[in-house]
Design a protein around this ligand. Structure first.
Ligand SMILES: Nc1nc2c(ncn2[C@@H]2O[C@H](COP(=O)(O)OP(=O)(O)OP(=O)(O)O)[C@@H](O)[C@H]2O)c(=O)[nH]1
Ligand SMILES: [Mg+2]
Length: 647
């Protein structure tokens, strides 16, 4: 989506060239870039859980977060960085280009630890430097040793800056010295990479020894892929004896990196000059690249040649066609981000592919990891007590009469039943129920683990996640945990209470005269004996008992419960004597009992899963749902829109 960014470059109006107009157009994409970054940040933790490598090391991430986001809507300064292997003379060269010693050049390797930026005068107060160089802590320059740092320095990424004191630096040029890309300190490489990502122009410092090292090739290939403009300087050359060889070295370097340099220079090996901080550059006109040269036509048209034939490369930088180089680098960055094989889209593909693996794992668990469990007969009082609780405040005089009558009848029935061994006290019933339920649960646990093991055999993702849990587990601990959790389960939950109240409220509204019917059953033990399949709380298998209540799978159970409740009441109390009918009451009781069973089953299933799987089930669900995350679709839409414009 295009945004209406007000002209962010108004502080320094551009010439009305075609390239300048193109640069202004980038600002319109700043919002899309910002949104894309936010979406990627939101998806990163998920991608990491899916096992994807951290994207921050990828080329697209570097260009998106290190270049496009900071620069799309910002004043288009040209960022030029001196980069290369350790001890190749980068600092010496950066100082020469800046016309001043901004970064100490030292005989030992890997000594420059922090990038040092030379800014045009006035820029620091005009732009937000920290935003231009994300990931760095900005520190004003105090001496040429700032970049050396010390052993005591931590891993903080510092970028030292100062404004140009010569007054010669182009008003839109930011020039940087950078740490090495191949020395022993990895943090140096990373800092150099961050600067490389942000820059438009790279001054590649190569030596005979290092022009073809793997780390060097890799570093510059990324710059080539992102269409940065590259100036190659072969340093420490035996001059002019080795001049003929430079063409060969260069050809290898270019073939390996895909770079087309805008200019190529040789800097002769000269200890005396180097120690005095001086270095000379000789243009290798025989190595010029026709295509790239057009970006720097001034260099060719007006070479900044000195009397001795050397070139003032620092002054040449000011002659660059800034706008065209900037546009090229910005478009190059977009191309890296939008590349269908290696860009953001490929990362989203990976997320979705991994998520699909998890969907398969999820499906397998849903199909396989189910256990049958015979729940013991539930004491009817569990539900009746709830009904009674609801009735108590509503009892009218008439109700009280009826209630008293039935209570007496009921008590008589219970007394009889107990005497004949048919009924137990409520506490005894509950105790029996609890013991039997735990026994059934333990059996289900053993079955469940067996099924999980089988599932792991057929799915590597599951084996990865569950293997550690299932291999040689401390099963005694599981059983103890199961028992502990079971003990602490309330037999009637608050949710169920609320549900009963709601149902009874509804029922009494619709059947104001039938409250008395309920009383008929109060002292009669209603029995629920549900046979339950415990499935995992996964898509398609979620909460089997509850689903079954509505889908008819439990209809047998429901009728069973209803029949027992009502049938017992009729038989023991005497239907004819009391003149009661159970027609209206039956569906209500069915619902109340069936839902108690459904909820109980769900809670037991969750307990069982909790014991064996802990939070892994939620994790599997989360991973399987990754493909459908809205951020993925939104990111794809943004990529599509950008692709229309930039590819
Ligand atoms: N003889 C000679 N010495 C050079 C030349 N260029 C650089 N040096 C020396 O090489 C050493 C390293 O130079 P630096 O400019 O510090 O190199 P660097 O690439 O910045 O090194 P790190 O930042 O430590 O990776 C210094 O002692 C320089 O004086 C050259 O062309 N000839
Ligand atoms: Mg250095």
């Amino acid at each position: 989506m295009r945004s209406d960014v007000s002209d962010p470059m108004s502080q320094q109006p551009l010439e009305t060239t075609a390239a300048a107009a193109e640069l202004t157009a980038f600002a319109a994409w700043a919002r899309s870039v910002e949104q894309l970054c936010d979406l990627i940040d939101a998806l990163r933790p998920l991608a990491s859980s899916l096992g994807l490598p951290d994207p921050s090391a990828t080329a697209w991430h570097g260009q998106l977060f290190g270049k496009l986001r900071p620069q799309a809507a910002r004043e288009p300064v040209l960022v030029a960085a001196v980069c290369g292997g350790t001890n190749t003379g980068k600092s010496l060269i950066a100082n020469a280009l800046a016309g001043s010693v901004i970064s100490r050049s030292i005989a030992e390797a890997a000594r420059t630890r922090y990038p040092v930026a030379s800014l045009p005068q006035g820029l620091a107060s005009r732009i937000d430097l920290a935003a231009l160089f994300p990931g760095f802590t900005l520190r004003p320059w105090s001496s040429a040793d700032d970049a050396i740092g010390s052993e005591a320095d931590g891993s903080e990424n510092v970028l030292v800056w100062r404004e140009d004191r010569t007054g010669k630096q182009s008003a839109r040029l930011v020039l940087l010295d950078t740490p090495d890309i191949d020395g022993p300190l990895r943090t140096n490489w990373q800092r150099a990479e961050c600067v490389r990502n942000a820059c438009d122009v790279l001054v590649a410092v190569l030596t005979q020894q290092k022009y073809n090292d793997a780390a060097v090739r890799e570093f510059f290939a990324a710059a080539g892929a992102a269409s940065k403009t590259v100036i190659v300087i072969f340093n420490m050359v035996e001059w002019p004896q080795q001049r003929q060889k430079i063409g060969g070295w260069l050809a290898t370097f270019l073939a390996e990196t895909g770079i087309q340099p805008a200019a190529v220079y040789a800097a002769p090996h000269h200890s005396g000059h180097a120690q005095a901080g001086r270095i000379d550059f000789f243009a290798m006109s025989e190595c010029a690249m026709p295509e790239a040269v057009s970006l720097c036509h001034h260099i060719v048209d007006h070479p900044r040649e000195r009397a001795d034939g050397s070139t003032d490369v620092g002054a040449s930088l000011s002659d660059f066609d800034f706008d065209r180089i900037k546009v090229r680098a910005m478009k190059g960055a977009f191309r890296v981000v939008l590349d269908s094989g290696t860009g953001v889209g490929a990362w989203l593909d990976e997320i979705q592919n991994h998520a699909r693996d998890w969907q398969q794992a999820q499906q397998l668990l849903a199909n396989e990891a189910r256990v049958q469990m015979e729940l013991p007969t539930a004491p009817g009082k569990i539900v009746w007590n709830e009904i009674w609780r609801w009735l108590e405040p509503r009892r009218s005089t008439l109700d009280l009469t009826v209630s008293g009558l039935y209570r007496r009848c009921g008590s008589g029935v219970l007394w009889l039943a107990r005497r004949t061994g048919l009924a137990k006290s409520e506490a005894e019933q509950r105790e029996d129920f609890s013991v039997n339920e735990l026994k059934a649960l333990k059996q289900a646990l053993a079955d469940f683990v067996q099924r999980l093991e089988d599932a792991c055999q057929h799915n590597s993702r599951l084996a990865e996640m569950l293997g550690g849990v299932l291999v040689d587990p401390d099963r005694t601990a599981w059983y103890a945990d199961l028992e502990r959790r079971h003990n602490s389960l309330p037999i009637v939950s608050d949710d169920y209470r609320a549900f009963v109240r709601g149902e009874l409220d509804r029922f009494s509204r619709e059947n104001p005269d039938t409250v008395g019917w309920i009383l008929a059953g109060l002292n009669v033990g209603a029995v629920a004996r549900p046979a339950i399949t415990l499935g995992l709380g996964l898509a398609g298998a979620a909460v089997v008992p509850a689903a079954a209540v509505t889908a008819g799978g439990l209809s047998a159970l429901v009728h069973h419960v209803g029949d027992i409740v009502v049938g017992t009441a009729a038989t023991l109390v005497g239907e004819g004597a009391l003149g009661l009918t159970v027609v209206g009451l039956k569906p209500l009781l069915e619902t109340l009992f069936a839902n108690w069973s459904a909820e109980r089953s769900r809670v037991l299933a969750e307990t069982l899963h909790g014991v064996v799987l802990g939070g892994r089930l939620e994790e599997i669900n989360r991973l399987a749902a990754a493909a459908a995350r809205p951020e993925v679709a939104q990111a794809r839409r943004l990529l599509f829109e950008c692709r229309q414009e930039f590819v």
